[in-house]
Design a protein around this ligand. Structure first.
Ligand code: CTP
Length: 402
């Protein structure tokens, strides 16, 4: 069984123009399996109607400190009880000042002061307000008080100016919150991950590659980081930003990927081969651009690349190895055959034509105990479930070895 650990947060919305992004944030948090209770300040209600948040969250929106519908009339305490965090997004300069000084003159600030759970804020304000020494002092104080501050980012602002102070995008905040709340299932473990395609040159400007986007491998790297692992990511050529906190080695060919894996595999506890490694490379790539000739055929001689996953799995004291099988048909049968042939305890099977390049994935996990099909979901959600499963199998392997 794949375990899902449902999380829930209070989303506090304060009165900045970025309040419109908080509507999307509700959706993005839910996408990560996080239940959302919205609390708005009076000023926020002037920006976006509570009805929008009620419809999105499926719950009444609270703003009133003395709300009779809350048990004991104690909304300022009750609403955050049992929650995993309070997330304030957007957090205006004024609200940050209140938090830094422990003021509690409305429901949201009172909830923050009376909380037992972590507080996460995503500031949003004009760049001058952000740079003002008073705001700097307030933000520093929040950080010293253990509040997690997400952003802000730099860029175009609603006021027409450009600079630091823009709230992070809803997707970025949701991902950071999901990471913050993720159980630290792999605390201290060293995880080596390969991702993306490889590129096998034919000549100086051409090559053989595949359609792998790297999205799944990068999502697995982020999920492992969120689970507390130390992550090294060996990436083929992709256009994705490096996951914050990972050590990233960028490679081109399968041979380069193999060398990088050899370098890092001795010091890893878990190896996850997500990369779509080319099975063959051109025997002798031309050192010049091949010219078109009158001949009607150009023959390329291909030679096999090493199987990196099988090599890691056959090391004397191998890390816990996980492979990804991309198949176009007979998914389970081919993937299980691959798992046995490469001698890995866990194989993740997906349909190549559906997984490659897509933001979603539907995978089946194959291990000694059988198969576990995960529902189709965004790759970051699949990655989290996969990491939870790996942590369970890896923990069992360690206990057996002790
Ligand atoms: N793999 C590898 N080195 C290779 C080929 C594949 O490490 N030269 C790894 C991949 O990273 C993946 C797993 O093996 O974890 C399965 O990859 P896949 O391409 O599905 O399998 P292949 O062994 O290449 O078999 P085929 O292409 O015939 O399906």
């Amino acid at each position: 069984m794949i375990e899902s650990s449902a999380k829930s947060v209070v989303l506090g919305v304060t009165g900045g123009i970025a309040a419109y992004k908080a509507a999307q944030l509700v959706r993005d948090l839910q996408r990560h399996g996080i239940d959302v209770q919205v609390v708005m300040t009076e000023a926020a209600r002037g920006m976006v109607t509570p009805a929008t948040f009620q419809a999105l969250s499926g719950k009444p929106v609270h703003s009133d400190m003395w709300d009779a519908s809350v048990p004991d009339n104690m909304a300022h305490i009750e609403l955050s009880r049992g929650k995993d965090a309070i997330v304030v997004a957007p957090a205006t300069a004024d609200f940050i000042a209140k938090l830094a000084n422990g003021l509690a003159d409305d429901l949201l600030s009172a909830l923050c002061l009376a909380r037992e759970c972590p507080l996460i804020v995503a500031p949003a304000m004009n760049r001058q307000m952000w740079e003002n020494p008073a705001t700097r002092r307030n933000v520093d104080r929040l950080i010293r008080d253990g509040v997690a501050v997400l952003g802000p980012a730099s860029g175009d602002q609603a006021c027409g100016e450009v600079g630091m102070g823009r709230m992070l995008e809803a997707g970025e905040i949701a991902e950071a919150v999901a990471g913050f709340l993720a159980p630290k299932l792999l605390a201290g473990a060293r995880v080596l991950i390969t991702a993306g395609p490889t590129f096998e040159p034919i000549d100086t400007v051409r090559g053989i590659t595949n359609l792998s986007s790297g999205k799944m491998g990068y999502a697995v790297a982020r999920a492992a980081l969120d689970a507390g692992a130390r992550v090294t990511l060996i990436s083929g050529p992709v256009s994705l930003p490096a996951p914050a906190g990972a050590e990233v080695a960028r490679v081109g060919t399968a041979s380069e990927m193999f060398e990088a894996v050899k370098k890092h595999s001795a010091r890893c506890d878990i190896y996850i081969g997500v990369a779509a490694v080319a099975d063959y490379r051109v025997d002798k790539p031309s050192r010049h651009k091949i010219k078109k000739t009158e001949r009607d055929q150009l023959n390329l001689r291909l030679v096999p690349n090493p199987d990196i996953l099988a090599w890691v799995a056959q090391r004397p004291r191998p890390p816990f190895c996980v492979g990804f099988a991309a198949e176009s048909r007979d998914l389970d049968a081919y993937a299980d055959e691959k798992r046995r042939r490469k001698k890995v305890p866990l194989m993740v099977a997906n349909l190549a034509q559906e997984a490659i390049g897509s933001d979603d994935n539907e995978v089946t996990l194959l291990d000694d105990r059988g198969t576990h099909k995960l529902p189709r979901a965004p790759k970051d959600v699949v990655a989290r479930q996969l990491i939870a499963h790996i942590a369970k199998l890896y923990g069992a392997k360690r206990r057996k070895a002790e």
